[in-house]
Design a protein around this ligand. Sequence first.
Ligand code: PLP
Length: 392
Amino acid sequence: MSTGKWTDYINPAVRNIPPSGIRRFFDLAAEMEGVISLGVGEPDFVTPWHIRESCIYSLHRGRTSYTSNHGLLELREEIAGYLAGQGVRYDPRKEILVTVGVSEALDLALRTVVSPGDEVIIPTPCYVSYIPCTSLAGGVPVTVATSMEDRFRLTADKLEAVITPRSKALLLCFPNNPTGAVMDRESLLQIAEVVQKHDLLVISDEIYDRLTYTGQHTCFASLPGMRERTILLNGFSKAYAMTGWRLGYAAAHEDFIAAMTKIHQYTMLCAPITAQVAALEALQNGKSAMEKMVAHYNRRRRLVLQGFKEIGLPCFEPGGAFYAFPYIGHTGLTASEFAENLLLEEKVAVIPGDVFGPGGEHCIRCSYASSVEDLTEAINRMGRFIKRKGLS
Ligand code: PLP
């Protein structure tokens, strides 16, 4: 069996995953000094103090054990209360599973519903893990490119066009990473109609739900007929600045949750108790701190949009998350060339849109979860770059 190359020992499903396009830029930026990074999709705030304090206090009291596989019941009850406020009711005892971030919940959902060869429809540009996680689950990712003209929303026509007899699930993410697109209730109802007609399941990643600046977030599972066929994913990383705590959850019909728990109980056992205690505090008392952070993001969103306008970068107005996705196609550079030259010449790190799949080729992702000073300086440098190159 051995050819002397260790790669031969690696499962081809893993071997065939291409290297992350994002990682390459981080590695490049890490070797340079004075870089302003608009690259990372991570809040620049630390977790609010009262949340950290609740965790410290719980450690003080010796809460260091495993919890139920499902997570602390108190936390599941609080999550159920939050989701009821979003218009959808779940039984906290059977229909909610606390996970190690949305990342784990996504992996569990895919591994639970995908049989070998099943197609998972993924609107793109999309979060970088969707396509590899679908492949690792044995599924076939079927991308459907959204466009700036459609404000990066998925349309019912585009969805219908890619459905085949092997279509099993649709993977939605609104507000969206990387585009910042949001979908209103009316547009989601049209998607729900197609979902119903073709008997699809939906995995809805709503990790950015609280970071909605225009209109109101619609929870996909709250739409008529969608609760039973949707696995709703959400978590604490973004809204509460809790990325490092690694806490998320899935809410769905009890059959899905029971199946997901079968995997979770052996692979994770449970999410860390310290993070669960902190998440409970976040849901119970974290609203005002969270709203303050969201107000900051919204201010920065406007600053960035205005800045791009002034330097001649057309940008669709993102309604949620903390990303802007300006168009750079008119410069004649590919997204990778633009991002690489910008980094090398002006020390601003952005992510080329093509790493997020079809539809992102002529855009770059800029995270505005950075200080006003950094954003202002980054836009100045980008303006200088565009002017110097005569690209506008
Ligand atoms: N889903 C989306 C759309 C994301 O953007 C991210 C992180 O950037 C995640 C999931 C991962 O979330 P978590 O930190 O809860 O694992």
